[in-house]
Write a protein that binds this ligand. Structure first.
Ligand code: UD1
Ligand code: UDP
Length: 353
């Protein structure tokens, strides 16, 4: 079986690494990197650390507005798909890269398999929500991390090819946590002590491109009275520089960290404040309480379990959550048992046309 995998942005490298390892035991994988993320710390470091093979194609699309970026991906992908003639095109998550991969494949009548299908924020102003809906609706195999995602698809009358397989990011956390503990020196190099700092990430367009929201978040961090480690996404660094924000003395702004360093930072943080999708789940798996700096989340299971509080970007709400959050002792397996990648490969094999 020949699988063409499309990746392009940081979270996809983590997800694809988990599946690719199993896929390549018995099948051929052609890896296409759209080039959506290209800084060494946003891309290459993940390939190195997670042992992902060199991409067979790097389309070097780079940064641009949504239409230009997605359009360039479409233009540059089509000849690759035509030449490679894969049995499946495999796409991950909700960025512009999987949408482009899914569109090109479906127009060429190559079946699409979508990992992390069925996630919904029900906020159509999020570019990711549009990407998710469109990708799901042209996919033949839809791999859901949990039952709720399959229920979301049912509400849109998507029922064929839907499988609840678990979350490949959980597979990745289980696989790499030991290496993170053994190899990461991030706590020493940032002079941090376990449980004595907060970890934050902010990159969502709605938070970063709106200067008032970004200011509200960063000014609130400055008043938290404890160390806040902020590995900064390039989008956010640019916005901070443009707005001329002065950060609180307690805020440690650092370059984006590698995956293993990030896992170790997450595990040892007293609490995590984030607008990331993946980081909310990783917080849950490590048993680190999470505060989500958005008005809604796709990962509602973590909220229902009492480990994640969705607060938006207003100062009072963030401060109250940091003060009051107190998760229960129980942390059930919400997103499978760490075998999502195996489940996906078996289904690709059995559903092959
Ligand atoms: C993208 C995804 C978002 C995902 C995030 C993961 C879309 C619409 N958004 O957001 O869903 O959560 O990736 O991190 O696909 N930049 C660099 N170097 C890089 C990459 C980006 O400097 O290697 C800067 C550029 O100024 C660029 C900006 O970051 O314009 C935004 O990058 P882009 O890939 O468009 O969106 P993300 O914010 O990364
Ligand atoms: N991540 C990382 N270094 C960082 C920030 C995030 O390795 O500095 C990892 C994080 O652990 C998770 C993934 O990147 O596995 C999430 O990516 P991101 O937050 O950019 O995207 P989202 O999940 O919101 O789409």
């Amino acid at each position: 079986m020949k699988i063409l995998t499309v990746v392009g942005a940081r979270p996809q490298f983590v997800k694809a690494a988990a599946v690719s390892r199993i896929l390549r035991e018995e099948h051929t994988e052609v890896l296409v990197h759209t080039g959506q993320h290209y800084d060494e710390r946003m891309s290459e470091v993940f390939f190195r650390e997670l042992g992902i093979p060199e991409p067979d194609y790097n389309l070097e699309v780079g940064s641009a507005g949504h239409s230009v970026q997605t359009g360039e991906m479409l233009i540059r992908m089509e000849p690759v798909f035509l030449q490679e003639k894969p049995d499946w095109v495999l796409v991950y998550g909700d960025t512009n890269s999987p949408l482009a991969g899914a569109l090109v494949a479906s127009k060429l009548h190559i079946p699409v398999a979508h990992v992390e299908a069925g996630l919904r924020s029900f906020n159509r102003e999020m570019p990711e929500e549009i990407n998710r809906v469109l990708t799901d609706h042209v996919s033949e195999l839809l791999f859901c991390p949990a039952q709720k995602a399959a229920d979301n698809l049912k509400l849109e009358s998507v029922t064929s090819g839907v499988h609840v397989v678990g979350d490949v990011m959980y597979d990745a956390v289980l696989r790499h946590s030991v290496a993170a503990e053994k190899n990461s020196t991030i706590l020493t190099s940032l002079e941090l002590k376990s449980e004595q700092y907060l970890l934050a990430t902010v990159h969502r367009a709605s938070n970063v491109d709106d200067t008032n929201k970004l200011l509200s978040i960063l000014e609130t961090f400055a008043t938290l009275g404890e160390t806040v480690v902020l590995p900064v996404h390039p989008r956010t660094r640019k916005a901070i520089e443009t707005a001329g924000v002065t950060l609180g003395k307690n805020v440690k702004l650092v370059e984006p960290v590698s995956y293993l360093d990030m896992l170790w930072l997450e595990k040892n943080a007293r609490m995590i404040l984030t607008d990331s999708g993946g980081v909310q789940k990783e917080a849950y798996w490590f048993g680190t309480p999470c505060i989500t700096l958005r008005e809604e989340t796709e990962w509602v299971e973590t909220v229902e379990a009492g480990w994640n509080v969705v607060v938006g970007t207003r100062r009072e709400r963030i401060l109250n959550a940091v003060r009051d959050v107190s998760p229960p002792a129980a942390r059930p397996n919400l997103f499978g048992d760490g075998t999502a990648s195996q489940n996906i490969v078996r289904l690709l094999e059995s559903e092959r046309k």
